[in-house]
Design a protein. Structure first.
Length: 235
């Protein structure tokens, strides 16, 4: 069983080396056959230089460069080419405690198609999250349930693993290339009948996050309306 873990990055020169090495060291304790892919979303700082250096330092690390921004675009590009059995991704800030990753993999081995970390499960622990982000997140995920009758609680946690065969089938129906990619991927996968396992996690907010909550929320809402109208899982 081979696992590919993607770390999407954009101008992350301050953390990309330290955190990539941390992921590799962690995975080495549990798995023999794995790779960590730094997927660079057109960074303009020193991230490309660091990413290339990391790939030369370890055969477990690969560097992949895109000329356009977009987390969804990066995941599509890497996952669609993957020859691994399992593809995964996590945010480079490592807001989600790595100790939960083996639970994602175990869920897939137990027969689930998709495994995701959840900050909204009753057994989850969330630290330092601002009230505005919490309100928007909970409201947004409630809206998803109302509109699509989905089974998962947290569409947006950057901590996911998927059987590669399943991922490629879902990717064919996913259009978004940015932040809404997570939600669209999970909604489409859920409506296609793929089984999703949600794992409660410990998650600590990144104070340096540059995500614009209001702008992202509006883009997410437009994405939900598009899915409700087009229903790509039926095609």
């Amino acid at each position: 069983m081979k696992i590919s873990v993607v770390l999407p990055v954009y101008n992350e020169e301050e953390v990309v080396e330290k955190n990539t090495k941390q992921v590799v060291n962690f995975l080495s304790r549990f798995y023999k056959d794995f790779e960590v892919i730094v997927a660079d979303n057109a960074s303009t700082d020193k991230t490309p230089v660091i990413g290339k250096k990391l790939s030369k330092m370890s055969n477990k690390i690969k560097y992949f460069r895109l000329n356009q921004k977009g987390r969804g675009r990066a995941l599509k590009a890497v996952w669609s080419r993957s020859q691994s059995d399992i593809v995964a991704y996590m945010d480079i800030d490592l807001s989600t405690d790595l100790k939960y990753f083996p639970q994602l993999v175990k869920s897939l081995q137990d027969g689930y198609d998709i495994a995701i970390g959840s900050r909204l499960s009753k057994n989850s622990l969330v630290k330092n999250r601002k009230l505005l982000r919490e309100v928007f997140s909970r409201s947004y995920n409630i809206l998803i349930k109302i509109m699509f009758f989905t089974s998962f609680q947290d569409a947006q946690c950057g901590f996911k693993a998927i059987n590669t065969h399943t991922a490629k089938k879902i990717l064919n129906k996913v259009k978004n290339n940015n932040w809404f990619f997570d939600s669209e991927f999970l909604i489409v996968g859920n409506k296609m009948g793929y089984k999703t396992k949600e794992v409660p996690v410990f998650w600590a907010d990144d104070p340096g996050s540059t995500v614009n909550v209001l702008k992202t929320s509006w883009e997410d809402f437009k994405g939900l309306l598009r899915l409700r109208i087009t229903m790509p899982w039926r095609k």
